[in-house]
Design a protein around this ligand. Structure first.
Ligand SMILES: [Ca+2]
Ligand SMILES: [Ca+2]
Length: 193
């Protein structure tokens, strides 16, 4: 099995098919761009990035981000994007990416998607609960869109903002943003597609 090691303070260009951060007890792996470029730059198609804490991007509005995506068919889930210029920046021409169940916290701009990728996913809990409750559409949580003053009302108390969120100036849309942070309370492995 191949191991990938990440050094704090450097940025990374990935060409792998799956990158899954494992919490060994001392917290999820942190990739800190240390104020330059992006924590992760994604140029390979069909990559899955899961379980990381991505922070400290450079300040360039050209796309410095927790994850800069310049490819297609990727799945980004269950990550914390914290204090970046953009949490996630999707480059023009990058299509069919799915971004869900991530926490966007205190980024200068939560996300940019001028293409219209997918910011939510229909998911079902495993077993009986899944049968009883059926599938749920799960988006992402955004610290700048989780209170009434920011446009997120939850009048039916289902844990989701009642209105979708436009990503940047669109056309990307998160159909079902969450009111509270996801990562701490959720066991991602108990869900299936
Ligand atoms: Ca807020
Ligand atoms: Ca609601």
């Amino acid at each position: 099995m191949e191991a990938l090691l990440f050094r704090a303070g450097s940025s990374h260009v990935l060409h792998s098919v799956a990158l899954i951060g494992v919490d060994t007890g001392s917290g999820r792996p942190v990739i800190d761009a240390n104020g330059s470029s992006s924590a992760i730059t994604l140029r390979a198609n069909g990559t899955r990035i899961e379980g990381f804490n991505l922070t400290g991007s450079g300040g360039c509005g050209c796309g410095n981000a927790g994850i800069f995506i310049d490819s297609s068919d990727n799945i980004i889930l269950n990550n914390i994007l914290y204090k970046n210029r953009y949490g996630i920046y999707i480059e023009e021409g990058a299509t069919n990416n799915t971004i869900h169940s991530n926490d966007f916290l205190e980024n200068r701009v939560a996300a940019n998607d001028t293409v219209g990728n997918r910011w939510s996913m229909e998911m079902k809990e495993e077993g009986l609960m899944g049968l009883l409750k059926g599938a749920k559409i799960i988006g992402n949580h955004y610290s700048d869109y989780d209170e009434p003053g920011e446009g997120c009302n939850d009048t039916n108390s289902d844990g989701f903002c009642d209105e979708p969120r436009t990503i940047g100036n669109g056309p990307g849309i998160d159909e079902h943003p969450l009111v509270a942070p996801i990562i701490a309370g959720q066991k991602e492995s108990s869900y299936t597609y």
